[in-house]
Write a protein that binds this ligand. Structure first.
Ligand code: UDX
Ligand code: ADP
Length: 462
């Protein structure tokens, strides 16, 4: 029975996953380590508001378990040395240089992590891939561990995380399934059983699926690709709806009521964001290409193209509607995060729409209940390469939605935060320039109600 776990990487995956595991397994000591000192300090903060990952219910459980059997530390070496099982939850962003640039997963953090484990380990360990990795990464990890280690034995498991941000705690407490991939040797099977025993503390065994390592790695990538494909499919129809007076919400309902299709992941939007979908689909495209499967690669690439088109279409629609010019006009962005109930902004559609509009010389005022001003400017620098000082000439961030909308020509809703449904829209409309435009990129507001208040209202697919 495992008694000591180390998790490398205290991000959106490692932090919540280990918190729930520690909460459900009080007899196991779990240490989450990260090179980023600030991040670890934030996880150790006595104020729940400072926990670096915002996720409903997370701070509560951190407060209950931290200091008992859950620890956050920057001492990577000690944690690796003492652990019997090590989770690798480091980031695997899309490569931004060299071979596979813009498509392949950048495995430099994973490799560094594997080399560190090999150098430090003095006893046998089970190493678990948690990050989403391209199929056959375990082979690379195995090769590094076996060739650079101190002669100790490693078992490598793949245990991809299926949590969605914003619902992470519930997803972790009640997962549809847990996937564990390992070698089909006696040692491999024993390692699979060790990890299964941990999850069995709170998850029925029939929901813990065992596969070979490669199926497990590829399942994660393709589950995300299928979900992304559904969103791109409905978004492609949203464009057709706008031309034909069909209503995309009604279409979603009609399609989703077919039990063979199902209702989830059919909400038309300004486009999907987040750390997984784009990265994983691009990665799938890259893998297919590298096996010479051009048609398969092209098929999946279209999912990404559709998503880019949707963001562009949303921005173009704003420009066209505002009499073909947004130069010098104030456009308020309500929401910046890639979805509600998270402070994560990776690949958020908001930054791409902001980029298009600022290139057309618009001024953008941003309000998001959980995203900081610093983050907005970091995102903008990532997408347009400009310094904060340059970006501040056109973009300002507010702590209050009413201030953000004051004297604006238009409002664009980029994130479906619940609080936006109950704002005092009359007051907001009164303080805007007329005619006051509203572009609902998430279809959360009622068209009739907004039109009665005087808004010129447009939403996706209607
Ligand atoms: C996703 C997967 O759901 C999860 O299983 C995986 O482990 C990680 O990637 P996440 O990125 O956190 O999770 O959020 P998700 O809820 O899947 O949403 C992704 C994006 O799609 C968001 O921008 C969301 O707003 C958008 N979306 C989702 C839609 O536009 N329409 C939908 O119907 C659903
Ligand atoms: P995810 O959404 O996959 O959790 P994040 O970027 O939120 O991604 O988290 C990954 C974390 O892993 C970051 O905080 C980063 O500092 C950390 N990390 C990356 N490489 C290492 C390493 N070799 N040792 C310790 N921490 C690492």
């Amino acid at each position: 029975m495992i008694k000591n776990i180390c998790c490398i990487g205290a991000g959106y995956v490692g932090g919540p996953t280990m918190t729930v595991m520690a909460y459900k397994c009080p007899e196991i000591k779990i240490t989450v380590v990260d090179l980023n000192k600030k991040r670890i300090e934030a996880w150790n903060s006595s104020n729940p508001k400072n926990i670096p990952v915002f996720e409903p219910g997370l701070a509560d459980i951190v407060m209950k378990t931290r200091g008992k059997n859950l620890f956050f530390s920057t001492d990577v070496e000690t944690a690796i040395d003492q652990a019997e099982m090590i989770f690798m939850s480091v980031n695997t962003p899309t490569k931004e240089y060299g071979k596979g640039k813009g498509m392949a997963a950048d495995l430099k953090y994973i490799e560094l992590c594997a080399r560190q484990i090999a150098a430090i380990s003095k006893s046998d360990k089970i190493v678990v891939e948690k990050s989403t990795l391209p199929v056959r990464t375990a082979e690379a990890i195995r090769s590094i561990l076996d060739n650079t280690g101190n002669g100790v034995k490693f078992q490598i498991l793949s245990n991809p995380e299926f949590l969605a941000e914003g619902t992470a705690i519930n997803d972790l407490l009640n997962p549809d399934r847990v996937l564990i991939g390992g070698l089909q040797t006696p040692e491999g099977k024993a390692a699979i059983e060790e990890l299964t025993a941990i999850y069995a503390h709170w998850i029925p065994r029939e929901r813990i699926l065992h596969t070979n390592v490669w199926s497990s790695e590829l399942s994660k990538l393709t589950a995300n690709a299928f979900l992304a494909q559904r969103i791109s499919s409905i978004n492609s129809l949203s464009a057709l709806c706008e031309k034909t007076e069909a209503d995309v919400t009604e279409i979603s309902k009609a399609i989703g009521s077919d039990s063979r299709i199902g209702s989830k992941f059919l909400t038309a939007s300004v486009g999907f964001g987040g750390s997984c979908f784009q990265k994983d689909v691009l990665n799938l495209v890259y893998i297919c290409k590298s096996f010479g499967l051009e048609e398969v690669a092209e098929y999946w690439d279209q999912v990404i193209k559709m998503n880019d088109y949707q963001k562009q279409r949303f921005a173009d629609n704003i420009i066209t509607t505002l009499y073909n010019t947004v130069s010098g006009k104030k456009i308020a962005f309500l929401g910046w995060a890639f979805k509600k109930d998270t402070n994560d902004t990776r690949e958020t559609p908001a930054m791409y729409v902001a980029d298009i509009l600022t290139k057309d010389l618009a001024n953008i005022s941003v309000y998001d209940p959980k995203v900081s001003e610093t983050q907005v400017f970091t995102d903008m620098a990532h997408v347009n390469g400009r310094t904060d000082e340059e970006n501040k000439k056109q973009i300002s961030v507010y702590n209050d939605p009413y201030e953000a909308c004051k004297n604006a020509h238009a409002i664009a809703i980029l994130t479906e935060w619940d609080m936006f449904k109950t704002l005092d829209w009359k007051k907001i409309h009164d303080n805007m320039l007329k005619p006051a435009f509203m572009f609902d990129g998430r279809n959360i507001l009622d068209k009739k109600q907004m039109e009665n208040l005087g808004f010129k209202f447009k939403s996706i697919g209607k």
